[in-house]
Write a protein that binds this ligand. Structure first.
Ligand code: NOJ
Ligand code: CA
Length: 548
């Protein structure tokens, strides 16, 4: 299957199934314990068989891995541990031959502290053009030894770090991730060059890291953390400022110079009502909707989120995105196997991780059962679905990674007060047993637990009823069915969600504790065994065809 280039292709992303590959943890081709690009290439047949439309590659750039690769040393190269530019080209070519597009992560808010620009800034005097590419400031107090502001970093510690000549620089994330100054013309121009560099190598689009943080307003008198917390969107000095969209309007001109135009999806943790700005067709075009990822397993919450996001996406001229897992959150098979939170404080798995992932409170089977029902619901919705590597195996979070193996700066910088995100980044199990369960020939960079092999590709491949086969079938059926975006709810009992898509395609999910009656029609796929005809057990989804 070759990807065509007719103009119809310009909308491919609107209903695509995009599979996130976290390269360091996908497949290791040379036994050094780190997943790499040739490793991904070796698994292209697996990805093709899964039936996805695109792969989203998390960062593979040269990096000290202070933040899993989101600390980029050079935006136009490949980390030598992960391969070369030629390996990248091979991967894109192999995927393209299977009709799979490639979306890459771009990290414009901050470079790494090893980036040539930051090194140059450190070697240059205060007030120099090299320092202007970042946010350097004098400190407060008579000797400038007090940081410019008391802003606490989500990764632990302060957002300001002092350099040897006494100035301080801003970093919203780890100290190894200095924030760029997007008012600087050179910064803006250089990213346009980076976009073209990858597009010319065959990349179809970009996932834009913390897209809501680039624009900053840093007056001489900086507000305190407490004052900042009161500031709403548009007024906040760091987040979701309106002028960030000037950057994306400029990116759009680059996108439109390609056929089909490049695509982008914003990672923007903003109020749902503000998401459309990022998804605008004159901007990035699409934005992540993380609402379901944060919701409890609750029909009313799901329904409200679905309605809201279909409306918001339509208003922006975009399509909605649906996500249950990614490399930043506890895997949803695990979240769904834990006790529910309240709607205000959904169960995010954090407490469970902090407690060391005790088995006693985790119902693994229930988690997988709901995860299967959840993904069938997502895949039936209009819009695109983003899958995270390993969820197609029903993989659980690893809750008990020994301290000495932990890599996530959120864990390290908070001395364990934040459990960190390593548990969803453990290298994939490909085989039931053997060294690193088929990930590679050496031991994996994050340790895999003994139970990993039971969720391996080898165990699930070709086995009827396995989660892998469920995903394969669901993607194949979806491919046949999604013609247009219309969507209609059917009246159903409180905890049953029933909607219809074009062509008589019904999706029914039972989030109740009691079985629910099913509408008549042909069952195309079900997340559980339907032992009794016409009845849907709890925590299950079915697709039914009633004919046109
Ligand atoms: C969002 C990424 O998904 C996350 O992994 C990273 O730590 C931050 N952005 C900073 O780049
Ligand atoms: Ca390797």
């Amino acid at each position: 299957m070759e990807i065509g280039s007719e103009s119809a292709d310009r909308d491919w992303w609107r209903h695509a199934v995009v599979y996130q590959v976290y390269p360091r943890s996908f497949a290791d081709s040379n036994g050094d314990g780190i997943g790499d690009l040739p490793g991904v290439t070796s698994r292209v047949p697996y990805l093709a068989r899964l039936g996805i439309d695109a792969v989203w590659l998390s960062p593979f750039y040269p990096s000290a891995l202070a933040d899993g690769g989101y600390d980029v040393d050079d935006y136009r190269d490949v980390d030598p541990r992960l391969g070369t530019l030629a390996d990248f080209d091979d991967l894109v070519g192999a995927l393209k031959a299977e009709g799979i597009r490639v979306v890459i992560d771009i990290v414009p808010n901050h470079t790494s502290n090893r980036h040539a620009w930051f090194r140059e800034a450190l070697a240059s005097p205060q007030g120099s053009p090299a320092r202007d590419r970042y946010h350097f400031r004098d400190g407060r107090g008579p000797d400038g030894s007090t940081p410019p502001a008391d802003w606490e970093c989500g990764f632990g510690g302060l957002m300001w770090t002092q350099v040897p000549d006494g100035q301080w620089y801003l970093h919203i994330h780890a100290a190894e991730q200095p924030d760029l100054n997007w008012d600087n013309a050179e910064v803006r121009d250089d990213f346009l060059t980076t976009l073209r560099f990858w597009a010319d190598r065959g990349v179809a689009g970009f996932r834009v890291d913390v897209a809501h943080m680039l624009a900053k307003d840093l007056p001489d008198d900086l507000p305190s953390d407490a004052q900042m917390a009161q500031m709403g969107p548009g007024a906040h000095p760091l987040f979701d400022r309106d002028d960030v969209h000037d950057v994306y309007a400029q990116w759009r001109t680059v996108f439109e110079a390609y056929d089909p135009p490049l695509t982008a999806v914003a990672e923007a943790w903003v109020l749902p009502e503000r998401r459309g700005r990022y998804a605008s067709q004159g901007g990035l075009g699409q934005a992540f909707n993380f609402d379901l990822l944060r919701a409890n397993w609750d029909a009313a919450e799901f329904r409200q989120i679905i309605d809201r996001n279909l409306r918001l996406a339509a208003t922006a001229g975009s399509s909605s995105t649906w996500v249950l897992s990614n490399h930043d959150v506890v895997r949803h098979a695990t979240r769904y196997g834990l006790a529910q939170g309240t709607p205000e404080h959904p169960q995010d798995g954090r407490d469970w991780l902090l407690a060391g992932g005790p088995e006693v409170v985790l119902d693994r089977e229930l988690g997988i059962r709901r995860a299967r029902a959840g993904v069938l619901l997502l895949l039936a919705l209009p819009g695109s679905t983003y899958l995270y590597q390993g969820e197609e195996l029903g993989l659980h979070e690893v809750g008990d990674i020994p301290k000495e193996f932990r890599q996530d700066p959120t864990y390290v910088r908070t001395a364990g007060a934040d459990p960190g995100r390593d548990g969803c980044r453990v290298p994939l199990p490909w085989t039931r047993s053997g060294t690193s369960f088929g990930f590679g020939t050496g031991s994996a960079h994050l340790p895999q637990p003994p139970w990993f092999g039971e969720s391996s590709v080898e165990v699930e491949d070709g086995v009827e009823g396995s989660t892998l086969e469920l995903y394969r079938r669901a993607l194949a059926v979806r491919r046949e069915l999604t013609a247009d975006t219309s969507f209609e709810w059917h009246a159903s009992g409180g905890s049953v969600l029933h909607f219809e898509r074009p062509g008589g395609w019904h999706c029914v999910t039972n989030l109740a504790t009691e079985p629910a009656p099913l509408p008549p029609g042909e069952v195309m796929i079900a997340s559980v065994d339907l032992a009794e005809a016409g009845v849907l057990p709890p925590d299950a989804t079915v697709w039914i065809l009633t004919g046109p």
